[in-house]
Design a protein around this ligand. Structure first.
Ligand SMILES: [Zn+2]
Length: 451
């Protein structure tokens, strides 16, 4: 099975040229609007401690395949925008049928490589402390059940289909030196008493990166290595507020590592960083990183295999990883029927960017049924293990997931997907989805409180 999946990998196009995964280009009121392929993004983030203002200067190198105005996203308003060294402006962009919003560079580009620069300020999840010490807490927390809650909350980003190398240069001005600590899933270098650089892997998307900086020593921290099943020492960092024990997270992480590696193979990331937060709340997954309560820790670690290992290309494919994680949460049930009549959790607009929140309950029920269908060939877990091995660090669509499932099983699953994923919502599907996820997502105030 690994061999057949490996052959499919060879047939796919070059690794991070992901424009074929973008939604279709379209004509907006500003003219022909085209999705582009980000190559690199450099974010120079300046924390001004005197004026308590956070500014980002961004330099994005991208490639256009067709002539048109380039689409990207940034929630705060950009200023001082240049394209290939020439001043231009950025306008608001509505997606077809007003499914979502983004931004458009108001200049037509020809196919080829271009350089986009701009500035913005952001206030989301940043706090300046000035009581005893001048320090800053800042985090790029993300959410996936609401739209426009990935990196675009803070810095100019592409949509989730794209993978590109990101660098953050964090600088603190207004002080001669500052004791900041960084928790990230990139490589951190201290350049001076007030500046740091974090370089992230080139396979990251707008929902992969983990970035949290706070006053040195203000959070409990424990670093250790986990010996992976393949013999690799995985550097792990768990950190918590003073009222939680890092040792609880360490102990639990070791249990979950062992379980997940036994089921799906060696951990697929260079390291693992986990911020243990408010009991009773949910968490959010990043690539080899999470911010989570102890209760949702296992669910979020599973997402380092499916969601941030094998990564969804858009809102429609977001159900897959929540389905797998919830199927595991519910004890990997194997059921001969699907417990609802039909739904469209993966069959909505191609421009939709967030995951349908019915994906937990309905997706888990669908996975339980697939596991039943695949029981004679090792069940769904056997497929997922191979799928992860072949497509870790790659962006996939739900069609890709279906094609590979069919290839693995030799079954035609068209009717099943057309009914339960791309179909019509039935009343029992609504009823089932009410029992949805057991960990409530954090509120904005809670996200700010854990900075
Ligand atoms: Zn989840």
């Amino acid at each position: 099975m690994k061999m057949t999946l490996a052959i499919l990998t060879l047939l796919s196009t070059s690794a991070w040229a992901n424009l074929h995964l973008a939604p279709p280009d379209f004509v907006s009121k500003s003219g022909r609007s085209v999705f582009v392929d980000f190559k690199t993004a450099q974010y120079d983030v300046t924390y001004d401690l005197e004026n308590k203002i956070t500014t980002v200067r961004s330099t994005i190198v991208f490639e256009a395949e067709k002539t048109g105005k380039p689409i990207f996203d940034l929630v705060p308003n950009p200023k001082n925008v240049t394209l290939d060294g020439v001043a231009t402006r950025v306008v608001a962009l509505d997606f077809p049928d007003k499914i979502s919003k983004a931004r458009l560079v108001d200049t037509f580009v020809d196919p080829g490589e271009h350089v986009l620069k701009m500035e913005n300020t952001f206030k989301a999840n940043v706090r300046y402390h000035d009581n005893n010490t001048f320090n800053v807490s800042s985090a790029f927390w993300i959410r996936d059940l609401k739209e426009r809650m990935f990196l675009e909350q803070y810095v100019p980003s592409n949509l989730e289909f794209d993978q590109y190398q990101m660098t953050i240069n964090a600088k603190f001005v207004g002080v001669k030196k500052i004791d900041q600590e960084f928790f990230t899933n990139g490589v951190v270098t201290k350049n001076s008493p007030t500046s740091w650089t974090i370089v992230y892997p080139d396979y990251f998307t707008a929902s992969s990166l983990y970035y949290h900086t706070t006053r040195q020593g203000s959070l409990r921290r424990m670093d250790y290595n986990y010996l992976s099943v393949n013999g690799r020492e995985i550097p792990v960092t768990v950190y918590t507020p003073w009222y939680l024990a890092t040792s609880d997270f360490k102990k639990y992480s070791e249990e979950i590592f062992a379980e997940l590696e036994a089921d799906y193979g060696p951990w697929g990331h260079p390291s693992f960083v986990a911020y243990g937060t408010l009991p009773g709340t949910g968490g959010m997954e990043h690539s080899g990183a999470t911010q989570t309560s102890l209760g949702a820790f296992d669910h979020e670690m599973l997402h380092s295999y499916f969601a941030k290992g094998v990564m969804p290309s858009n809102g429609n494919s977001g159900w897959i990883d929540e389905a797998i994680a919830s199927w595991r949460d519910r004890g990997y049930l194997r059921l001969p029927t699907v417990s609802f009549g039909g739904s469209d959790i993966g069959g909505q607009s191609v421009y939709k960017r967030n995951t349908d929140d019915r994906s937990y309950a309905l997706g888990a029920a669908f996975m339980a049924y697939l596991d039943y269908r695949l029981q004679n060939i090792g069940g769904l877990k056997a497929f997922l293990r191979g799928y992860f091995a072949a497509y870790n660090h790659m962006v996939i669509t739900e069609q890709h997931f279906k094609n590979n499932l069919e290839f693995f099983s030799g079954m035609d699953l068209t009717h099943e997907f057309d009914t339960y994923i791309w179909g019509t919502n039935t009343p029992d599907a609504e009823g089932l989805s009410k029992q949805s996820h057991h960990h409530a997502p954090m509120t904005e105030a809670q996200l700010k409180s854990i900075l």
